[in-house]
Design a protein around this ligand. Structure first.
Ligand code: GTP
Ligand code: SPV
Ligand code: MN
Length: 593
């Protein structure tokens, strides 16, 4: 425990409001974790899976109306509306504390309040930041124990300081109408009520490590980004690192854990995972940009994960994992999801916990007919990952050679292109777009602008965020080069043209070669595009002409996009940096030339 008055007074205040029957401090011990697992199983909150096949693994189902982040109910409550900006939802902070205070009043009656002291980053390191989450959910506690570094050493590291993020979560009644995920960046405070789903309630993740941290990063001259971090080890033993921002469910975990294609493996290439979702980036003493992963585990998309697409991710889930909203295979008390293998279990419960008939599966109604929810997830320890980088626990992180943006675009974006400068790269990030996925509630497959994959995660005004990117570019002496990729171009039948997954290394290889001026490129209106013959397609069943098609820039499609970008910039409002508007005008002129 702690004698820290700021912590103790705050907990007293929150307990006076929520009125739990008791308060339990989470110490990070295995014994306490095991007792909580047992308790959760005794109430049905968790299901203990086959301990021979999946030791330490459990299944949890959230409420049927509570299966994804809810962006429409997520708020940034800065004092002025302008500071939150037009892209974020905003409520006046005073009004918001009042409104949510009513929902929290008595919400923990008959329940236990768990106090979770956690660290984002290595406890005690210069780059770590600390939080305390109060919650009435054992599921949250058990997930936080995997996703973050939890326990007494965090309280020791906070000492008597007031510098920690205050997170309050209550499931309350899981009332969809009164669900709120609210951030008060000026108060280092997060309040979440009436949800029990991942990104809404594991407050260290999107709420702290992106929304609050992006706000802090702007003040303190660093960056919090929705990025994976991976290392490519070359046959000569040298390792180079890239970070990549793709929107939710667009391939970060898969790229971060990729297995090199055979031609690369044979030569001795290896890929190492540093992070799969969040990167905190700072300027190192050497003038380069360094990235560290503040998390301690993976909260990954289950569907589509299999021993071909992502064997490393699958391996991480074999011990100590929590599965959320997947299919329960009653034949052997294990789990299943669409895309795991071609043998759906005959005797099984779907993600809702109902008897499931796999023969009724209908692609047009995935949510209604699938065994696992399209946004079902696994929570797994980073240390379970077979390709975890030996730098994972290095508090300084790793030096970044390239930043890669990407999204799901059936047509417009080529397989890869390179920006012409940091400023132009910031522009490329600002105009990112992607088809929506099941990771957030709402329609799936609709193209929307998602700048830097941060649309749902910037804790302040998007225009100011872009300015922060531009400002960082001026103070990083040796900045990474900025690229854009798209693994998701489709043919006329809607099939993906690029094989993706492990073969994405071929593109990363070109990117890293560009960073060292080892390979030429063609300058197009949107930036540098590879010469088709420079992409290594050895061992791929794909023609040079297909590659040329993947790399082509369709001027008409881009000009249509420019109109959409103009509308988006207007929506972001008057804080869009002037140089980005100039970049947009210059792009349009080049496309029309
Ligand atoms: P979040 O955890 O929501 O932030 O998602 P993520 O960006 O980590 O996405 P993830 O790697 O889990 O991939 C999401 C979905 O995209 C899965 O169904 C994958 O199978 C699919 N996917 C990932 N990489 C590729 C690829 O290179 N090509 C294709 N076609 N699909 C991919
Ligand atoms: C995402 O949606 O980008 C995720 C999952 O990584 S969640 O933790 O729910 O945000
Ligand atoms: Mn994510």
């Amino acid at each position: 425990m702690t004698k820290n008055k700021f912590i103790l007074n705050w907990i007293d205040e929150m307990a006076a409001m929520t009125k739990p029957d008791k308060i339990v401090w989470i110490d990070g011990s295995d014994a306490q974790r095991d007792a909580l697992r047992e308790e959760a199983c005794s109430t049905g909150e968790m299901i203990k899976l086959n301990q021979e096949l999946l030791p330490g693994c459990y299944l949890h189902r959230t409420a049927v109306n509570d299966v994804a982040r809810v962006e429409g109910r997520t708020f940034i409550c800065t004092r002025t509306k302008e500071d939150a900006g037009n892209i974020n939802n905003w409520i006046d902070p005073k009004e918001c504390y009042d409104r949510l205070g009513k929902l929290f009043t008595g919400s923990m009656k008959g329940r236990t309040m768990y106090v979770i002291p956690y660290s984002m980053g290595i406890v005690g390191s210069d780059f770590a930041k600390y939080g305390i989450e109060l919650t009435d959910s054992i599921y949250v506690v058990l997930n936080m124990l995997i996703m973050t570094r939890v326990g007494n050493e965090v309280l020791d590291a906070i000492g008597d300081s007031a510098d920690f993020i205050k997170g309050l979560h209550s499931k309350a009644q899981l009332d969809e109408q009164n669900r709120y995920i609210v951030h008060f960046p000026e108060d280092n405070t997060i309040w979440s009520v009436n949800s029990g789903y991942g990104g809404n309630v594991l407050l260290g993740k999107k709420c702290f490590a992106l929304r609050i941290a992006s706000f802090l990063g702007r003040k303190e001259h660093w960056m919090a980004e929705h990025m994976l971090i991976l290392g490519v080890e070359y046959p000569n033993g040298e390792t180079k690192y890239v970070s990549a921002a793709f929107p939710s469910a667009c391939g970060k975990t898969n790229l971060a854990m990729l297995i090199p294609p055979e031609v690369y493996r044979k030569k001795g290439y290896k890929v190492w995972t540093v992070g799969d979702d969040i990167a905190w980036l700072r300027i190192g003493k050497d003038g380069r940009l360094w990235a560290m992963n503040p998390e301690n585990g993976f909260f990954g998309v289950a569907p589509g994960t299999n021993d071909k697409s992502n064997p490393n991710a699958l391996a991480t889930t074999k011990e100590g994992a929590i599965f959320t909203n997947v299919c329960h295979n009653l034949e052997n008390n294990t789990v299943w999801w669409e895309g795991l293998d071609k043998n759906p279990p005959v005797n099984a419960l779907n993600w809702r916990g109902e008897k499931w008939d796999y023969t009724k599966y209908d692609k047009a109604d995935k949510v209604g007919t699938s065994g696992a929810h399209p946004n079902s997830r696994f929570t797994a320890k980073a240390t379970n990952c077979p390709c975890l980088s030996k730098e994972f626990n290095n508090p300084a992180g790793v030096p970044i050679s390239a930043i890669i943006f990407g999204g799901r675009r059936a047509r417009t974006a080529p397989l890869v292109y390179q920006s012409t400068s940091w400023q132009n790269g910031t522009f490329v990030g600002s105009i990112m777009a992607s088809e929506t996925t099941a990771a957030a509630s709402g329609a799936v497959g609709v193209v929307r602008r998602d700048p830097m994959a941060m649309r749902p995660f910037v804790g302040y005004n998007m225009g100011d965020y872009w300015q922060h990117w531009l400002d960082m570019g001026k103070i990083i002496p040796n900045a990474p080069k900025i690229f854009h990729v798209n693994w998701f171009r489709t043919d006329d039948e809607g099939n993906f043209i690029w094989p993706g997954f492990g073969d994405n290394l071929r593109v990363v290889d070109w990117i890293l070669a560009r960073c060292e001026d080892k390979v030429d490129a063609d300058l197009t209106p949107i930036g540098y595009v590879p010469k088709a013959e420079d992409l290594n397609i050895e061992g791929l069943d794909i023609s040079l002409d297909t590659i040329k098609g993947l790399l082509s820039v369709d001027r008409d499609a881009w000009l249509a996009d420019v109109e959409n970008i103009k509308e988006f910039y207007t929506l972001v409002g008057d804080r869009v940096p002037a140089v980005l508007k100039e970049e947009l005008a210059a792009l349009e002129a080049r496309l029309k030339a």
